[in-house]
Design a protein around this ligand. Structure first.
Ligand SMILES: Cc1cc2nc3c(=O)[nH]c(=O)nc-3n(C[C@H](O)[C@H](O)[C@H](O)COP(=O)(O)OP(=O)(O)OC[C@H]3O[C@@H](n4cnc5c(N)ncnc54)[C@H](O)[C@@H]3O)c2cc1C
Length: 290
């Protein structure tokens, strides 16, 4: 690993001037679970490393019925997985975290680090996209809010300026009769998904017609991909087995999966069909419960 100058600010107010002063030459490190791998492989050799793990003010979760859920960027995966509030109001987030990596990685890796890393195989982004989450970004020039959808730009590339930090993830309270589920294909529990699918379904109370659907697939394109044709195949209809199969087919047609040592593109396309359908079945069951 190349030498670098190391800073360990304890507040956002200390971190932002460093990112501004060394804009383009400094890199943030949080839990280091992805960063250290990349630095060891010398794929990245920053002159300055700004270690934000000690900014305790960004380690929090709050929830209320009007504001929804707010998660500080430095909250570790394990805290999200184990939070009684998350388990009660956003069960899908806790379930997704249970299948993310090993306990060691979940104990140290942060939610902010995962989102900013921009890995198209990452699990949190598809789930947060189906939940319509927003991100608060901050630099010395001010704050901006961006939608989770659209934050990923390409493989390992996100909508983040070199002097910006992710501060908070905001998740609105889902409408009533909404069910959300996440499924991923793993060889062993905690493996990165060969493909993954997050599905949100909102039913009209009474007649059970699908009012809204959001479907996002992972590791099936260069970014977590919202598959709108698949969503359209469900909206305005009473969902049945045939429609679920059609949604899977549509998602697979919209996917542009890679071929790598883990799976061929053809296999991934087949698995997108299966996992979109599986996640949709569970989302539908949950939506029916109100
Ligand atoms: C063995 C292993 C298995 C894994 N399996 C999975 C899996 O199954 N599913 C999955 O989704 N992920 C998986 N991961 C990835 C893991 O989720 C991430 O490595 C980790 O959560 C990243 O968080 P971190 O705090 O360690 O970020 P770091 O590695 O410190 O940083 C990652 C990137 O984000 C940037 N960054 C970090 N925080 C901020 C911030 N607040 N503002 C701006 N930029 C920031 C850094 O500059 C860097 O570019 C796995 C990782 C390992 C090591």
């Amino acid at each position: 690993m190349k030498d670098f100058e190391y800073f360990a600010p304890k507040t956002v107010e200390e971190a932002l001037p460093l990112l501004s002063q060394y804009k383009g030459e400094a890199k943030i490190i949080a839990g280091g679970q992805s960063m250290l791998v990349i630095m060891r492989q010398e794929l990245l050799a920053p002159e300055y490393v700004v270690d934000i793990k000690g900014i305790s003010a960004l380690d929090y979760m709050t929830y209320d019925e009007s504001e929804g859920l707010r998660i500080g960027a430095l909250t570790v995966h394990r805290a999200i997985e184990k939070s009684p509030t998350i388990q009660k109001h956003f069960k899908v987030l806790s379930e997704m975290e249970t299948n993310l990596a090993t306990i060691q990685t979940r104990n140290w890796g942060t939610i902010g680090g995962t989102l900013c890393h921009g890995d198209p195989a990452g699990d949190p982004v598809p789930v947060l996209m189906t939940l319509d989450a927003k991100l608060k970004l901050k630099s010395l020039s001010g704050e901006r809010m961006v939608a989770m959808e659209g934050f990923s730009k390409d493989i390992l590339e996100v909508d983040l300026e070199p002097d910006e930090m992710l501060i908070e993830i905001q998740v609105p309270v889902p409408r009533s009769h909404t069910g959300v589920a996440h499924e991923k294909l793993m060889v062993m529990q905690g493996d990165a998904g060969i493909v993954g699918a997050a599905v949100s379904i909102t039913l009209k109370p009474g007649d059970g017609v699908c009012e809204d659907a959001r479907i996002v697939i992972s590791n099936a394109a260069s970014i977590p991909l919202r598959v709108r044709k698949a969503e359209k195949s469900l909206i305005g209809k009473v969902i049945n087995d045939q429609l679920l199969a059609e949604a899977g087919e549509a998602a697979s047609a919209e996917a542009d999966p890679p071929s790598d040592v883990h799976a061929s593109a053809e296999y991934r396309r087949e698995m997108v069909k299966v996992f979109v359908r599986r996640a949709a079945i569970r989302a539908l069951e949950r939506a029916k419960k109100g």
